[in-house]
Design a protein around this ligand. Sequence first.
Ligand SMILES: C[S@@+](CC[C@H](N)C(=O)[O-])C[C@H]1O[C@@H](n2cnc3c(N)ncnc32)[C@H](O)[C@@H]1O
Length: 432
Amino acid sequence: MQAEVRVERYADQGRCVAHIDGRVVFVRFALPGERVVVQLDEPYDRDERFWTGEVVQILEASDDRVEPAWRLAGPLSTGGGVGGADLVHVALPGQIRWKSAVITDQMRRMGHVDIPDVRVARLEEDDEERGLHWRTRIELVADETGHVSMRRRASHEHVRVSTMPLASRALLAVADRFDLWNHEYEPGSIIRVAVPEPRDVHTSRMTYKALAQEVGGNYAIEVDGHVRSGEKRLKEAVDVDGRRYPFGVDAGGFWQVHRAAPAALLKYVMREVSEALSGTRSAVIWDLFCGSGLFTLPLAQTFSHSHVYGVEGSRTAVRGAERNLHVVKADNAQVVQGDVARVLRNVPDDFSKPDVVVLDPPRAGAKSGVCRQIADTGASTVVYIACDSTSLARDTATLTSLGYSLKAIQGFDIYPMTHHVETVATFVRGRD
Ligand SMILES: C[S@@+](CC[C@H](N)C(=O)[O-])C[C@H]1O[C@@H](n2cnc3c(N)ncnc32)[C@H](O)[C@@H]1O
């Protein structure tokens, strides 16, 4: 069924809200203010509280609308549907407005905090690259002929691809060198490519050949979790405030995907922690959900008279973090492997009263139990890095009910062309 609607406002998951006969419809590839024709997703049961659908025709376009720079990721009706870029129809400034509106709305409605519109920062070089070429990691699936492909939404169809416009230029150079797009794999296998960003060159000005040379052996092509080419342990470097932090990261493990995200997030987090600790010579800092130590290592090196207590669930990431700390001789940090909630029940006395807690949980957030454990320590500052603003808003409501107030909040557009956004919220103990 198709229907003509006036699009009203942004919703979650990259969709906008419209109404048909009083019923809510969540519309993909829409923008507020537009008049569009929507194809409703099947089945649209009469008893459903809301329907979902996708724009098939634009009758009145928003000023924020652009021609998708990656057609395959656009609407199904124009040959798209492969996913991975659900805001590809929106100009970059419009994407920022969208993300700011979503974070602000969720924080006000679910977090119950009275805040001005949240600022969302764009990352270095995204303007020049028009929001493309930022992914240092991609995942593809081999289609029935064995070629790399992406799955088309609402179908079992795999679409063979011959590039991936969100992939960094260094990654595309490696793909080119190995003729990834024409290679034949076992049908159904998962191909993951990871290429740390070369740091001392301007990648947009280099040929693929020169870039592949610059990358050298520091890349991984994994098939079903096994490295077929390159290195199992990748070398990442993060430059912040004139200092370079080196990290070894497992090829299949977690690392911030946007090539400029580690530096942007680290710079901001370090500033928040420095402010919180100003005048304190020796402190205890917790880094929960610490991965390979993106925050743990710089915190330990910068606050060398303090003790940093990291907690991480993945054994591989913990081993990586320990090795990373060892390489820079940061012996004032330790990383404990285990579920955060469980580990926090038995923290050694010396570290049980943190001054500052940094936490960077997965999409589901920290949840009320961990928020409570943090609040029970009496930590004066909590720096919460969130990849899901709904979870952040829910945990904000918990933290504020336990005596914290929101001191600062900023978004980072580390996932251009998608509805995803990273948010960093700083909470301090006590009321405003
Ligand atoms: C968003 S990542 C952040 C990692 C790190 N801060 C970074 O930026 O590289 C979340 C991390 O939490 C870990 N994790 C997820 N659930 C966990 C849990 N219940 N307990 C401990 N670690 C967990 C994951 O393995 C992952 O490394």
